[in-house]
Design a protein around this ligand. Sequence first.
Ligand SMILES: [Ca+2]
Ligand SMILES: [Ca+2]
Length: 274
Amino acid sequence: MIGVFQRWVRAGGTAGAARGQRAKSGVGQPHRPGRWRLLVAVVSAAAVVAVPAAASAANNSGINSGASGVPVRDFDAITTANQNNVWKHLALIQDRYVIFNDNGIIEGPGRIREKWPFLPADFHRDLDDASVHFSGPGFRWRYTFTKGTSAIIFEDSGIVAGPLLQVQDYDGIASFNNPGQFLPVTYFAVRGSQFVTFANLPGPAVNTPLSSIPGLPEQFTHDLDDVSVEVENGSLKMSFYRDNQRFILQNGRFVPDIGDLLMKWPFLLNFRLP
Ligand SMILES: [Ca+2]
Ligand SMILES: [Ca+2]
């Protein structure tokens, strides 16, 4: 599994960064069928995929209701940190954040500007996406937030880098530590119906259709709210968030879980009320 993972990192990470440099210099990006094969290698095409229950009719208002019929806000951004195979999440809506796991809220909800007062005011509300990886022992969180074409990297102690100007804005971003090391990490970013992987911010333009990811249902191949990627048992576990729904994919297989996010995390109802 690690060998497969390293192919992903080499081809997606370093090549992605190189493409980003070309994109910034204005050179067009060639179609690369090899990317598809790479991803097949990563997420292993041979899989029987179960599709979760269809989402309720989605709309673009950012407010959707799931199976419960209760209208709730979609997440602006959501990200996951895998601490010894226990997932912790950070979610952002408007100017608020909350940190939680599947059992309940760990911290918040609170104001983004009060938790991280050193962030530029632009980053205190309406973020596009967020990611977390570890920067050192003890699961120290290093965050990436993006908004429009600006990106910033920080820890609870202060800004690490940025704001950085990106070639485009993203709908969602994920960052994850490569095996056995803290830096560099791998980023996975999505916009519209495409994604890109890269090693360093500012990231390049998206360049590969989400529909080329084996096992990903059509519903999650475009207009995502955010994504997260964790390394679990040596392979990538990818979460795709859209409206009130989440789809988790590992090795080309759907990871069975409650897809309706209000049912999954009912304790976030107040945080998500319109
Ligand atoms: Ca994310
Ligand atoms: Ca988003």
